[in-house]
Design a protein around this ligand. Structure first.
Ligand code: FAD
Length: 354
């Protein structure tokens, strides 16, 4: 525990979004610290399942200033490679990251924001919240969920298919996590994959590069008052990364409709069909991890905080939100996308501090 410390900017979160913000603040000569709850670099990438690979090649997964090097033998790098890249990035730019430090609350305190942590208090003129979504898994309300006697996991708990060999597993969710985990399990488990609507695979030649372009085009169209292009959602939901493509082409990735409820032994559908299950893996998404901002009382629709100029909170100009999704900058929840939004936020903050 140390005494109170004062600084121009506190960045909460030392994943890719926090580092990108740090990179740009440093270039603009703004004084800042990054507080990160993890014990090592890499943010959420440290917790990914074993077979997770990026949906873009290395060069298209880079933060500002430094290209991600290719990974030997892999066009689409794995999560370990991303962690190594983020570790090297922090070091190269000598970003001042303090960890493990958990921020419990950000409070208004006269002209400053007071940042209470488990290792002391900071006073900052501006706070950038870059805490990601991995830490707030979302599970839908489903009848009978608590009655099910098997294992229930979320994407964040899944590690490897060997943990389920020979088991009856239901994977829920038609996004990238659902498709990748279903593909992982398709070979050696009795898999049932259920999705709310039929899965929409992107064309095989579309990867994260095209998604980034689509998100950027949408933002531009909205900014110019043109017709909404639909962005990424208009292209589809699932990037056909090699393992997903392979399982799909072998006929192993067949999705059925969502069940209507759970029973002690499995799931049941409205037409009376039942499936026994040993485990259910909920790949049903995330919500922004914003509980440390609760004292500011800014939460609005869907747990978001209203922003203006992309990242600045409408009702608290000393707070910026970075990296949570398109609502905090087009493609800002991706490695390649966060840099541009971080740059714009850093410039706004520099001007504000003047
Ligand atoms: P995080 O990586 O979650 O970092 C936030 C940091 O803040 C963490 O270290 C956390 O511990 C810390 N923190 C949280 N709360 C506090 C607190 N109160 N106090 C202090 N510290 C705190 N993007 C791509 O570009 N390519 C991909 O292929 C890709 N694949 C993805 C696959 C999956 C399954 C998921 C879930 C996401 C994927 N993404 C991908 C999206 C995105 O790049 C990642 O989610 C990324 O981890 C987001 O980075 P971040 O810095 O915003 O958040």
């Amino acid at each position: 525990m140390t005494g109170d410390r004062h600084i121009q900017v506190v960045i909460v979160g030392g994943g890719q979004a926090g580092l990108a913000a740090g990179y740009h603040l440093r270039r603009l000569g703004v004084d800042f610290v990054i507080l990160d709850a993890q014990s090592g670099p890499g943010g959420a990438w440290q917790h990914a399942w074993d077979s997770l690979h990026l949906f873009s090649p290395a060069a298209f997964s880079s933060l500002p200033g430094r290209l991600m090097p290719p990974q030997a033998g892999e066009e689409y790098p794995d999560a370990e490679h991303v962690v190594a890249y983020l570790r090297a990035y922090e070091k190269r730019y000598e970003l001042p990251v303090e960890r493990p430090v958990r921020v419990h609350g950000v409070h208004r305190d006269g002209p400053a924001l007071r940042v209470e942590t488990d290792s002391g208090t900071w006073h900052a003129r501006v706070v950038i919240s870059a805490t990601g979504t991995w830490w707030r898994p979302f599970l839908p309300a489903v009848p009978g969920r608590s009655a099910f006697e098997g294992r229930q996991l979320h994407t964040v708990d899944y590690r490897r298919p060997q943990d389920f060999t020979g088991r009856r597993v239901i994977v829920v969710g038609g996004g990238n996590s659902g498709a990748q985990i279903a593909a992982d399990l398709a070979h050696d488990t009795h898999l049932t994959w259920v999705t709310q609507r039929p899965p929409r695979f992107l064309a095989d030649d579309i990867d994260g590069r095209a998604l980034f372009d689509a998100a950027t085009a949408r933002r531009r169209a909205l900014d110019e008052g043109s017709i909404d292009t639909g962005g990424v959602a208009s292209l589809g939901d699932i990037v056909a990364v090699p393992p997903v493509r392979e399982a799909r082409d072998r006929g192993l990735l067949k999705a059925g409709p969502m069940f209507s409820g759970l029973t002690p032994g499995g799931a049941e559908w409205a037409d009376g069909t039942r499936a026994e299950a040993d485990a259910i893996i909920w790949c049903t998404g995330f919500r922004p991890a914003l509980s440390h901002l609760a004292p500011l009382r800014l939460r609005g629709r869907r747990g978001h905080i209203a922003t203006a100029g992309t990242t600045r909170a409408v009702d608290e100009p000393r707070l910026h939100l970075l990296g949570y999704g398109d609502w905090t900058g087009p493609a800002s929840a991706t490695l390649i996308g966060v840099g541009r939004t971080a740059r714009d936020a850093a410039r706004q903050i520099r001007d504000f501090l003047r």
